[in-house]
Design a protein around this ligand. Structure first.
Ligand SMILES: Nc1ncnc2c1ncn2[C@@H]1O[C@H](COP(=O)(O)OP(=O)(O)OP(=O)(O)O)[C@@H](O)[C@H]1O
Ligand SMILES: [Mg+2]
Length: 265
């Protein structure tokens, strides 16, 4: 889809400012963020707590509107949520009265997917996150990591063009995390999706992405964009390579040794 700039962008943040009203004065959460994400690109976002990562994602999801600037998906301004964008929230929310399978099928039901296909797609997504044995369990009987995997399965089942993922693997043990990273990469390359993925984990950011966006806080803005010049499919060998380590160190330094921002107004 060609947008006003003539670029082939799936998601485009153009001079995005987001302020929140705060006791008489406004708090600037994002101050002029411009970022283009190409169709079928995998971009990760890292940055200090409070730099506006979740706020940025909420705008692409259509849950928040920018105070000024524009957020475009497929060249059109985002006006609300849509089935083209699957969202996995930092604070995953499951319906406590529905089983794992019913939670996963929820979005498909909204989209009027017929029952048989709904079951098939839900079963596949549930298997993908390794919850087969718990398909009929209620969320309260699951561990934190299992609830998170259920929320991931719910987004996968809808099979959206764009995946917006806010620290989706945060509560998972290291092994499950690596497995889900590899599954996500496999799905992404097979189905040609566009992924915007927020994480606190620098290794994860580099392993998954073709570009890592490093944000800075106070006010929230794009600090640096680092290209990850490593081939796909990503493998254990790549994870252990000197090239990987070098990019990882660059991202790490960029996140944790940022020059102090100019004094906030
Ligand atoms: N609805 C809101 N009302 C007021 N302030 C908000 C609101 N949402 C976010 N903020 C503020 O905007 C800033 C950015 O928040 P955001 O949640 O986007 O940060 P983040 O980068 O996702 O942080 P974390 O890494 O801790 O998840 C924070 O200072 C936060 O307090
Ligand atoms: Mg956040």
């Amino acid at each position: 889809m060609t947008n006003g700039t003539g670029m082939n962008n799936k998601i485009s943040f153009q001079g995005v400012v987001k302020t929140f009203p705060m006791k008489g004065t406004d708090f600037t959460a994002l101050d002029g963020v411009s970022l283009d994400i190409a169709d079928q690109e995998f971009v990760t976002v890292v940055g200090p707590s409070g730099c506006g990562k979740s706020t940025l994602m909420s705008m692409a999801a259509g849950l928040e509107a920018p105070t000024s600037g524009r957020v475009l998906v497929d060249g059109r301004p985002v006006t609300g949520p849509g089935p083209d964008r699957g969202v996995i929230f930092q604070q995953y929310a499951l319906f406590p009265w529905l089983t794992v399978r019913q939670n996963v099928e929820f979005g498909l039901k909204l989209a009027s997917v017929p029952a048989e296909e709904r079951h098939r797609r839900a079963d596949r997504a549930i298997a993908l996150v390794g919850l087969d044995e718990f398909a009929d369990a209620l969320p309260k009987t699951l561990s934190g990591g299992m609830k998170q995997r259920c929320a991931i399965a719910r987004a996968y089942a809808v099979d959206p063009q764009v995946l917006l993922m806010d620290e989706p693997f945060g509560a998972l043990d290291a092994l499950t995390r690596v497995q889900l990273q590899d599954q996500l990469l496999a799905t992404w390359s097979r189905e040609k999706r566009t992924v915007l993925f927020i994480t606190h984990d620098v290794d994860e950011a580099v392993y998954l992405a073709s570009r890592v966006v490093v944000m800075a806080a106070r006010p929230g803005r794009v600090h640096r964009i680092i290209d990850v010049d490593l081939p796909y499919p990503r493998t254990e060998d790549i994870r252990l390579s000197a090239e990987f380590r070098q990019i990882r160190n660059e991202v790490w330094t960029s996140v944790y040794h940022q020059q102090p921002a100019a004094p906030a107004a």
